[in-house]
Design a protein around this ligand. Sequence first.
Ligand code: NAP
Length: 318
Amino acid sequence: MKQLNVIITGANSGIGKAAAIRFAKEGHTVIMACRNRGKSEPVRAEIENLSGNNRVHLEEMDMSSIASIRSFCESYRSKYKELDILIHNAAYFNHGAPYKQSVDGIEITFATNVIGPFLMTMLLRDLLSESDDARVLHAGSNIIKHFLNPKKEIDLEQLQNEPEDPRSHSVYINYRNSKMALLMLTFKMAEEFKEDGINIYSLQINGATMSKDALMKVKPHWRIIARVQNLFFRPPEFTANLYYEICTSDRFRELSGVHLNHKLEVMQPAKTGAGIITDIKQGLGADVYPAYALNTGMVNKIWGVCSELTKSAAETSQ
Ligand SMILES: NC(=O)c1ccc[n+]([C@@H]2O[C@H](COP(=O)([O-])OP(=O)(O)OC[C@H]3O[C@@H](n4cnc5c(N)ncnc54)[C@H](OP(=O)(O)O)[C@@H]3O)[C@@H](O)[C@H]2O)c1
């Protein structure tokens, strides 16, 4: 098999680390894009030892910072020259944390989970287009099921404005919205990048056991919930293997702009107004995603916000 260049964001723990191990074991060149060198270097060394692959690299990048993403992409270009696979795995989900903005003045959940991946893919688009089998994967979440309720929609009110009443802020809701926005970007980017031969995928993750480190990021009452969930969730390696399949298997080569479930089936938009039995089945199953993901007005709004914020923030950071 051809040796591929793979960037995995947030590859120092959980699913990202497990994916880095899998790609390294298969002999690919792995670039771990992580924000904390001190914490991530021992992980890089561990992956190198485990895999026997000395092409496991660590590059610093803070996914919530436009300047950091720009600097990563610039240095990547000159150092590695080629890119085949880009996995947007890093995410902010510090449930229970107070409202916080990124260095660019963007609400931190949206900055990390939506704006960052958008900008990074855009900046690496030309390199990806030179690969004969370029694939970009977005780590999605079943939290978007909330949008099966037609009353739910993405509210961008807090995107750049701290709410007056702190109780009206919730990382959980922003995380839910960010993962829906990321799915919308999957569909839109697939269209935009068709001519470049770049395939864009989204994987709906139903849960993966959280590491001790990840558990410590959420507030104590969320930690209790997460610990209970950990008893039922699959290990990170399960999802990491799905990442590997989506990014390397021939069966996905001709597919783009798809949302895949844990069985690697292409999910379909949910039926609306089909009755309570259908609603329950859709809510419990993993066959459909909320039709809201195809809401053209909101898709274009998210695309516009991403373009605008990355443009203006890039200008001010120069
Ligand atoms: N675990 C689940 O149950 C579950 C369910 C649905 C979806 N997912 C999705 O799966 C993906 C991986 O999650 P996980 O469970 O493996 O969590 P995890 O172990 O906490 O990993 C998250 C990674 O993201 C990194 N990260 C966060 N903010 C960053 C930033 N600003 N810049 C660079 N890296 C940053 C973290 O780095 P630090 O170590 O520096 O913080 C960490 O490496 C996420 O996209 C998550 O939304 C997970």
